[in-house]
Design a protein around this ligand. Structure first.
Ligand SMILES: NC(=O)c1ccc[n+]([C@@H]2O[C@H](COP(=O)([O-])OP(=O)(O)OC[C@H]3O[C@@H](n4cnc5c(N)ncnc54)[C@H](OP(=O)(O)O)[C@@H]3O)[C@@H](O)[C@H]2O)c1
Ligand SMILES: [Zn+2]
Length: 388
């Protein structure tokens, strides 16, 4: 009997708005309006695409947000996909307390408060049944928060601030993407909160490690910058891995178009760096064929190179499949391939529980990701994953 694989950590997106001088608020009590209506709508769409949204206690006290999906059509679309109307709303708290009057507790969606154990009794006493309050041990760190959320089925997390919480996730190296809206004015106050303020730990995304700019979008007078924030672990993912993943992404562009299924590319490469086989979704007119399946189907199962081979797939291999007896994660395991590199994990929104990574890891495979190429792999499927 194999043990239950631990759930994979969620994809983490930081969404924030700042002034051109880097402030996320001014020094006054009132909330500073940084965004335009169009930009708020973009943020609403991001919320609707998330399994959970998260803020720190400081933001709850300062801004009293509801963190709901505002657009009715987006809420309906979530319901139609079998999701809750609103994502799970998560608050990170310390010892400063949270008032029961806050709007978060009295608006839609399930509410979860994560706090150090010592703060839990106080929070439970003041919040009563308004939110579930869970202790995270002596302190509260980002990895622990993600593990807690993963155990609750969260695959895509949107971090909505404030500054301390941005830095908490960024310095832990656990942020996949940042979407930063820049408003065209200065705040110019030294005491005003700023984006990702200096923290106890160093930022891995510092000047020596430039992030990947994914795009810049103009919404009225606001510019939205999108960055891939997570770096490949250079000790594990090599330049050759990135080059092969680019080959797989090119393959995914050859898939016959589909309105309902992903376009994926896969390549199996031997330890000596030579290609063994390649495949893509719906290859050869089989509209059920998956890329990994197609590539593996071209290989003699007794090929001795398989044991030390790497399979590159632009998407996380599937773990459940209605159309075939074995999902791709199972096919990879059976083939004996011990190293799997993927570019993109699909959000839980579309497959309730893809556990390809968990299955492969439980079977002893090393699974690596190439976050810097995730956006390229995703973009091939943009028509499926941006159903606004
Ligand atoms: N423009 C934007 O995009 C945007 C978005 C959100 C917020 N904001 C602004 O950001 C400001 C609030 O930011 P903030 O930095 O004061 O608060 P914050 O990041 O929202 O929350 C910080 C609080 O989280 C709790 N916490 C729990 N564990 C923590 C840990 N390991 N590290 C740090 N904090 C932890 C602590 O609560 P306790 O106090 O209970 O100990 C801490 O005070 C407000 O001015 C708000 O308007 C702007
Ligand atoms: Zn598959």
């Amino acid at each position: 009997m194999s043990p239950e694989p631990p759930p994979a950590r969620p994809f983490v997106l930081i969404s924030a708005a700042m002034s051109v001088d880097g402030h996320i608020d001014d020094a006054t009590e009132a909330r500073l309006m940084l965004s335009t209506a169009e930009d708020f709508d973009r943020v609403d769409a991001l919320r609707a695409q998330s399994d959970a949204v998260l803020v720190g206690a400081g933001t709850l006290r300062a801004d009293d947000p509801r963190l709901e999906v505002r657009d009715a059509a987006r809420r309906e679309a979530r319901l139609a996909r079998g999701l809750t109307e609103h994502p799970l709303k998560v608050a990170l708290a310390g010892h400063g307390g949270l008032a029961p009057e806050l709007r978060l507790w009295h608006s839609g969606g399930a509410k979860l408060v994560l706090a150090p154990d010592a703060a839990v009794p106080g929070l439970r006493a003041s919040l009563g049944g308004l939110a579930e309050v869970v202790g995270t041990g002596a302190g509260l760190d980002a990895a622990r928060v993600l593990d807690e959320l993963a155990a609750r089925g969260v695959r895509r997390l949107m971090v909505e601030g404030g500054g301390a919480i941005q830095s908490l996730f960024l310095t832990a190296g656990l942020v996949d993407e940042i979407q930063l809206a820049v408003a065209p004015f200065f705040v110019g106050e030294a005491s005003a909160p700023r984006f990702a303020p200096p923290a106890a730990r160093a930022f891995p995304q510092d000047a020596t490690h430039r992030m990947t700019l994914l795009g810049a979008q103009t919404l009225g007078d606001v510019v939205v910058l999108r960055y891939a924030a997570r770096r490949e672990d250079a000790s594990l993912v090599t330049q050759a891995d990135l080059d092969w993943m680019r080959v797989a992404i090119d393959l995914s562009r050859q898939c016959p178009p589909s309105e309902t299924a992903y376009s994926v590319g896969a390549v199996v490469v031997a330890a000596d760096g030579t290609e063994i086989a390649r495949g893509f979704s719906r290859e050869g007119g089989d509209d059920k064929a998956h890329a990994e399946e197609s590539a593996l189907g071209k290989i003699d199962p007794s090929d001795p190179r398989l044991r030390t081979a790497t399979i590159y797939s632009t998407l996380e291999p599937c773990s459940v499949r209605a159309s075939r007896p074995s999902p791709c994660a199972e096919l990879i395991r059976t083939a004996g391939i011990g190293r799997v590199v993927l570019a993109w994990r699909e959000p839980a929104l579309f497959v309730a529980d893809c556990q390809g990574v968990e299955l492969l890891e439980a079977a002893g495979a090393t699974v690596l990701e190439t976050p810097s190429l995730a956006e390229e792999a995703r973009a091939v499927n943009a028509h499926l994953v941006n159903p606004n």
